[in-house]
Design a protein around this ligand. Sequence first.
Ligand SMILES: Nc1nc2c(c(=O)[nH]1)N[C@H]1C(S)=C(S)[C@@H](COP(=O)(O)OP(=O)(O)OC[C@H]3O[C@@H](n4cnc5c(=O)[nH]c(N)nc54)[C@H](O)[C@@H]3O)O[C@H]1N2
Ligand SMILES: Nc1nc2c(c(=O)[nH]1)N[C@H]1C(S)=C(S)[C@@H](COP(=O)(O)OP(=O)(O)OC[C@H]3O[C@@H](n4cnc5c(=O)[nH]c(N)nc54)[C@H](O)[C@@H]3O)O[C@H]1N2
Ligand SMILES: [Mo]
Length: 820
Amino acid sequence: MAITRRSFLKGAAGSTAAALIGPSLLASASASAAETDGTWKTSGSHWGAFRARIWGGKVQEIKPLDLDKYPTDMLNGIQGIIYSPSRVRYPMVRLDWFKKHKYAAETRGNNRFVRVTWDEALDLFYRELERVQKDYGPWALHTGQTGWRMTGQFHSCTNHMMRAMGLHGYSVKKVGDYSTGAGQTILPYVLGSTEVYAQGTSWELILENSDNIILWGNDPVKNLQVGWTCETHQSYAYLEQLKQKVAKKEINVISVDPVKNKTQRYLENDHLYLNPQTDVAFMLGLAHTLYNEKLYDKAFIDTYCLGFDNFIGYVQGETKDKVEKTPEWAAQICGVSADQIREFARMLVKGRTQLLFGWSVQRQEHGEQPYWMGAVLAAMIGQIGLPGGGISYGHHYSGIGVPSTGFAAPGSFPLNIDQGQEPKYPSQDFNGYSRVIPVARWVDSLMEPGKKINSNGSVVTLPDLKMMVFSGNNPWQHHQDRNRMKKAFRSLQTVVAIDFAWTATCRFSDIVLPACTQWERNDIDGYGAYSGHGLIAMHKLVDPLFQSKTDFDIMTELTRRWGRSEDYTRGMTEMEWVKTLYNNCKEANEGKFAMPEFEEFWELGHLNFGVGKPWVRHADFREDPEINALGTPSGFIEITSRTIGNMGYQFCQEHPMWFEKSERSHGGPGSDKHPFWLQSCHPDKRLHSQMCESEAFRATYTVQGREPIYINPQDAKTKGVKDGDLVRVFNDRGQLLAGAVITDSYAPGVVRIEEGAWYGPLNEKIGAIDTYGDPNTLTQDIPTSELAQATSANTCQVDFEKFKGDVPPVTAFGGPIEVA
Ligand SMILES: Nc1nc2c(c(=O)[nH]1)N[C@H]1C(S)=C(S)[C@@H](COP(=O)(O)OP(=O)(O)OC[C@H]3O[C@@H](n4cnc5c(=O)[nH]c(N)nc54)[C@H](O)[C@@H]3O)O[C@H]1N2
Ligand SMILES: Nc1nc2c(c(=O)[nH]1)N[C@H]1C(S)=C(S)[C@@H](COP(=O)(O)OP(=O)(O)OC[C@H]3O[C@@H](n4cnc5c(=O)[nH]c(N)nc54)[C@H](O)[C@@H]3O)O[C@H]1N2
Ligand SMILES: [Mo]
């Protein structure tokens, strides 16, 4: 058997070369035609809308659409996605799985694959679907993981996969997501909606009315670069105004964060460092001050809230742990002095205060608590429902806070099978297992099938999964604790991945099908997820590369195998679907906005609905809490929740509380052995793992070809690590190589490796070093609590040292080891 040289060694050499060349040289080298040659086409992306110059069948150049006044520099990474050496080129099947016919689960991850034809690959996929439904049942198949599939409403690949699977049989699905699992579960009990995905008070009203803005674990300047649909970047116009108001001292902006983040560096606002994961202790200290200094809004609490006295009993040390939550008590946990806590509390009630929470604080153990406690704090301040006051949990996301136009956006390709249709295997017998599991608990299912866990008031029985199908998500990026995943994957018989990039998920799969990127197909998308700013025509820029196909074509061919392709496609082609989605949207907007005929829109490339009217979140509730009651059981803000109290959980009780974490820095558990808190925030130069494969762009931030780890100068000195050094980062769960960037933006005891760095294990063995720097090699796979069962990625202690010894090549990129 000959091993072709598309091996990891070559991949490593490639990335070093790119590091030396740099981005500008590569860009000009690819522009082989004169600047004016070719045609310009419009398309969209999570990173915004753009125009691309196509010449010689290749994308030569990308420019932001004129409408986008604040384009992200990630547009420079797009060509590198299309032309990445990590593209999935052909249908591939894992060698040992293919040849041994006994799943060979123990060698999964060795990255040795054979090339097969499309027909062979789809026959195998179908064979496995049949086998699992016949030999086991719907409980053995999980098709429910979702993720950041590329933009475009028709080609939403998760929908394509799920609809096709649905025509075959039932399977296990998920509830919740990795983004806001804890927040979206707790807040309906407290404020009556998920809040995290709700439109927020308009920025112009915040800018006009707020005296204080608290950016609570929140980095909008970094995180608004991407959006769930094609992003408009309108939020940045408001952030620019905010910057001016900060300079003129018209608005007092404070970042509460263990890190000086990108937003703070941009706004040049004040900062309150606190120890990681200690927000609730800090907030309890604030509540203690507001209560005992009689600064809180008693009238608001009496009119709009439920269960305040019960909660105050805990603050005063009369109930539960009988510890008074004085600022002195809080100070020894959160690292902010008692005097500073008192001052902060007094500032909160001086004028109008808008709390703006990010999502990272709930992506940690007991992540339900800081969100609930934030609502309590906002209630004590008493400004919920006023312009520029109250609390928001989403102003860093997809343009929340940009007023909504209210016009309909295009719908998407249906995720479910059509009414009246039945799958080939109609059995819905889940053999006593749960058919829906909390999103982040699927690896637990693989490890402990049959285990019963509490989940948001009910009991979930983890299914005994044999097969998983992934499309439009990368679990070997999004889930925690790689070595535990390696163990868990041994209980799977068949794993199918459909992707255009040879991610670690492909490496750990058995059948890999090459999808094309969104720029190799025609589609339509909403422009501005929350603003409803308009529509984008997504013109196919180039033909699908290598043997890749659209997800639509892949699933049409698959469903044909059991005679259901017509049901799947409804007998329509790609362009017929795109046109239908447009026409349905046109119809929905009839009488409100006169949309042109499809052909005109397609020619123009975009449609602008204009701007919406400013709006205040919860204003109606404030105006009349009886008529406009919240969606909570009582209709009021529930500071104490009887519903949750009755669940009887240990780590989510009847009101918000401080719970010690299983791992915490600054003297907390585990910090004696692994002193540094690792935060794995969202990347500044990627969308999770997407664009990591973009070689020249990656070279703009890597250190010796590795993912950066950000370290405080003091910590670096103690460890004898210099800027640019390779470091080994480790704990009892795993180890990785990363490149040191020394910066005083990080507090001592805090390090960061951004999530989405591609996992590049040296080999498939458990414990093997990760050669590129995926932080999920080190994170803990534990639930937030019995309530949400969400991911706790940010509860993670590590240690690091300067790397000594032979430096292994980066194995993350460049595709499989192809065995002929
Ligand atoms: N440690 C740590 N872990 C985290 C987080 C964290 O903060 N820290 N954050 C979590 C959060 S909030 C999220 S949302 C998740 C993100 O987790 P994911 O959404 O799984 O991450 P992505 O890297 O965006 O993966 C999308 C995958 O889909 C593929 N893809 C895109 N478009 C298409 C398409 O059209 N067709 C096909 N077939 N494939 C496509 C891409 O190539 C990529 O491999 O990560 C979570 N994991
Ligand atoms: N560029 C870019 N933007 C993105 C994404 C991306 O991948 N790239 N992903 C999108 C997605 S899917 C999501 S879910 C959102 C994620 O949005 P978030 O989860 O809000 O983003 P993060 O960047 O992880 O964290 C925000 C801030 O929280 C701080 N923080 C972390 N832990 C603590 C803590 O214990 N206490 C306090 N007070 N602060 C803390 C961090 O230092 C950081 O400054 O971003 C979206 N936007
Ligand atoms: Mo997310």
